[in-house]
Design a protein around this ligand. Structure first.
Ligand SMILES: Cc1ncc(COP(=O)(O)O)c(C=O)c1O
Length: 482
């Protein structure tokens, strides 16, 4: 990775790209920010983008594209059937992942639908290192249950363990022995584990899990949506892989897998998705669902322009300078917050910087959604939009009680190549200020609660007048600053 030392000794993540197209941003005054979050039912998903200064909600579909991607989009072969663009994408996926059977889908969760509909039946068990919201929803909708087999270290918010996304091989062996191999639909490994702070698994761990699966005849599925961050960390942190190229690491990892799926809103810097299936029989079964739910087999719901962009984006994912930008910015943000005493997930992972809301707001009980409250508070404090990744993002238990999340995180995504370092410094400044005023922040309660994936469009209100008091504190401390 580019190693550029500054004379000052300061550790600055240096961008290996330049900006050529920009979008104007606005920062509303704090009183208007309070109005906007109230209007949005205290749910950052429901904010209007025009009211957001730094959009750190997600990296999904909002990573900056390269000039090469935009150029490729101009030569896309627009056809319903037999598009040459699709053939290019199919070949690129086969070249990188080593599996020649590829199905296109409109995004990551569409692949999850196809996998769950094909492999999960009522009572099936799906062990995984850790669930993702949409993955779990598809499995439970088909009558299956998810078993979280993350290593214990993975749920410790602060740690120096390099691979907190590893699956525990002993837990997997025990589960197979207890529940019976016939009841396990598949094992899923998620790269760059989203809900626990963008934490990677190691190549060694993937090999251990794969050996268990192969011995038992259970398909191993890789969710490669956040593969690029995971590749970076394997190269940085796993001694065996230090001298391997990202292409070699990708292939070594994929050789262990039976099915690989990805959201191209993340992997490939564009919009779309797809899955590769090693077994021809399983591939044929899954293929039947593509024209039914996605589109014809040579576009699967994607625009051909996006498919051209994904081909280039996948190739760019093999470029260490490109892949390292996100994790290096996230490390900068995490390190600065640690220096200021703000509780964050460590070691810094991929995808974003994660504030530990349980420790940031110890006075807000999990039943009042501390990570959701922190998301609303940070928007008021700085116009920064993050995403709640805690109890709000969980579904209720069948008896209607809350399923309290293992962690209460506010995820501040750093979409790749989108923000400048001064914008990241601004976000750090407002987080540090909010931490100094954390006693003012209270909880939230639902006013409208959807039954499925409630975090996307549920509406909430503060449990007291804490938000108005936060605005007063901002004015007292920042005067007439935006
Ligand atoms: C790890 C992981 N898997 C699957 C998905 C679903 O992908 P999509 O949003 O394209 O449906 C996401 C999206 O954030 C994700 O982070």
């Amino acid at each position: 990775m580019a190693n550029v030392k500054f004379m000052s000794g300061e550790n600055v993540p240096l961008e290996m790209h330049k900006v050529r197209i920009v979008q104007k941003l606005t920062l509303l005054p704090v009183e208007e920010r309070l109005g906007a979050i109230t209007e949005a039912g205290n749910n950052t998903f429901l904010l209007q983008n025009r009211d957001v200064f730094l959009d750190m909600l997600t990296d999904s579909g909002v990573n900056a594209m390269s000039d090469q991607q935009l150029a490729a989009m101009m030569v896309a072969d627009d056809a319903y059937a037999g598009s040459a663009t699709f053939t290019k994408l199919e070949s690129k996926v086969a070249e990188l992942f080593g599996i020649p059977r590829f199905l296109p889908a409109h995004q990551g969760r569409a692949c999850e639908n196809i996998i769950a509909c094909t492999l999960v039946k009522p009572g099936s068990i799906v062990p995984m290192n850790y669930h993702f919201t949409t993955t779990k929803a598809h499995i439970t909708r088909c009558g299956g249950v998810v078993e979280e087999l993350l290593i214990d270290e993975g749920l410790k918010p602060t740690s120096d363990f390099p691979f907190k996304g590893n699956m525990d091989p002993d837990k997997l062996k025990k589960l197979i022995a207890e529940k019976g191999v016939e009841n396990i639909a598949f094992v899923r490994l998620e790269a760059g584990t989203n809900l626990i702070g963008g934490q990677p698994f190691s190549l060694e761990n993937a090999r251990q899990i794969s050996a268990i699966c192969r011995e038992s005849g259970i398909p191993l599925v890789l969710d490669a949506s956040l593969l690029q961050d995971n590749l970076y960390f394997i190269k940085e942190r796993e001694a065996e892989c230090r001298d391997m190229s990202l292409r070699e690491i990708t292939r070594a990892l994929c050789d262990e897998m039976d099915i690989i799926y990805f959201s191209a809103r993340k992997l490939g810097f564009a919009r779309g998705g797809g899955l590769c299936v090693r077994d021809p029989g399983l591939f044929a079964k899954m293929r039947e669902l593509v024209p039914l739910y996605e589109g014809f087999l040579t576009y699967g719901g994607m625009s051909v322009r996006e498919m051209e962009a994904i081909v280039v984006g996948l190739e760019e994912t093999m470029d260490e300078d490109i892949v390292s930008q996100g994790p290096q910015f996230i490390k900068f943000m995490t390190d600065e917050l640690v220096k200021a005493g703000v509780p964050v997930v460590t070691p810094a992972g991929g995808l974003g910087c994660h504030l530990n809301a349980m420790e940031f707001l110890p006075h807000v009980p999990q039943s009042e959604y501390p990570a959701g409250a922190l998301a609303a508070a940070l928007y008021i404090a700085g116009g920064v939009r993050g995403m709640e990744r805690g109890t709000l993002s969980e579904a209720r238990e069948p008896d209607g009680s809350e399923k309290l999340a293992d962690m209460e995180l506010l995820r501040l995504a750093v979409p790749r190549r989108v923000f400048t370092l001064s914008q990241v410094k601004y976000a750090i400044d407002r987080i540090v200020w909010l931490y100094s005023r954390r006693d003012l922040v209270g909880g939230l309660e639902f006013t409208e609660e959807p039954a499925v994936l409630r975090f996307f469009f549920g509406r909430l209100k503060p449990t007291s007048d804490w938000q108005a008091r936060l605005v007063q504190a901002f004015r007292a401390d920042f005067g007439d600053s935006l």
